[in-house]
Design a binder for this molecule. Structure first.
Ligand code: GRG
Length: 293
């Protein structure tokens, strides 16, 4: 099967289950559930849950619990997008081709929707026991996600980003910000797949290295697109980075693309021992290389 056909089928399965894992839009409090569904079900690329599925399926995880864990990851991502767009953060008006959650539902409902999604993500993981996943493994999945989000994970990256503000920052700080804001959830996505497959340390370590490099390369591509593409194409506000230090401002456009290419090389290297079964992961990495080129 081609990567494209595989991605389309996987995205459909993710979208279907995402819709089923949240309360219906008319369930009380209806506005809150509408807001949660609004951002979660809007057309995103679903890169992180795809990564979970690819890693887990490659290593032999069971389909249903794996798909649920992948959806939990996407819930966290959607939660972070809602919060990131708030006036106290990026103050954005367009996300996933639609008005941002707070613009449609108001700030307080958007904040509650973000919290609701975050909470539901942990619930979905805890409920994996009902899918036959041993309690110890479900608890480990909760721990993996909690570490990725926490004050030494995504939240650390966001705090450092806010602190850096529009002032200059060096490449080390920039790397810290994005390896946390973006990289940590990529890592958790891959680890979750390996964990649900019951993989050993070596495979897990290889996938963590793969995802760490992939996540940073993805962020560089995001920076480059923010500077070059238009709002309609990306479906979100562009030039949000204006005045901010980005990989493109520190390394120049060509230098940033080169750096992304090097990171993709490292990501692919990390898959070395996994052999041919990692072909979808290699293809995904190449897609991200093209995105940054
Ligand atoms: C609640 C987890 C959580 C965190 C709170 C607001 C915040 C702290 C962190 C912001 C994290 C963030 C939004 C990082 C940006 C990552 C990024 C590259 C987003 C764009 O991802 P895409 O391109 O978007 O995959 P789609 O819409 O396709 O899913």
């Amino acid at each position: 099967m081609s990567l494209q056909a595989h991605l389309t089928a996987q995205r459909e399965a993710i979208d279907l289950l995402l819709g089923r894992l949240l309360p219906e839009a008319e369930n009380r409090p209806a506005e809150l559930h509408q807001a949660m569904r609004y951002t979660l079900l809007a057309p995103g690329k679903r890169v992180r849950p795809l990564l979970t599925l690819m890693c887990g399926e490659m290593l032999g995880a069971q389909r249903e619990p794996l798909l649920r864990a992948a959806c939990a990851i996407e819930m966290v991502h959607a939660s972070s997008l809602i919060m990131d767009d708030l006036p106290c953060m990026d103050d954005a008006s367009l996300r996933r081709g639609k008005e941002t959650c707070h613009q449609v539902f108001g700030e307080s409902t958007a904040l509650l929707a973000a919290l609701g999604l975050l909470n539901r993500a942990f619930g979905v993981l805890a409920e994996l026991r009902r899918q036959g996943i041993p309690a110890v493994r479900a608890a480990e999945a909760v721990a993996v996600l909690s570490r990725a989000i926490g004050s030494e994970g995504i939240i650390a990256g966001q705090a450092a980003d806010l602190q850096a503000g529009k002032g200059p920052c060096n490449i080390q700080t920039l790397e810290y910000i994005h390896s946390h804001k973006t990289g940590k959830l990529f890592i958790a996505s891959a680890e979750m797949g390996a964990l649900l497959a019951g993989s050993g340390r070596r495979e897990r370590k290889a996938l963590v290295r793969f995802a760490m490099n992939l996540g940073l390369a993805f962020q560089i591509a995001d920076d480059l697109l923010d500077a070059s593409a238009d709002r309609e194409t990306l479906g979100k506000d562009v030039r949000q980075d204006k005045g901010r230090t980005t990989f493109a401002t520190v390394c120049g456009v060509e230098g940033a693309a080169e750096l992304a290419g090097e990171l993709i090389d490292h990501a692919v290297e990390a898959l070395g021992n996994l052999g041919d079964k990692a072909h979808f992961l290699r293809d995904l990495a190449e897609r991200i290389r093209e995105r940054a080129a």
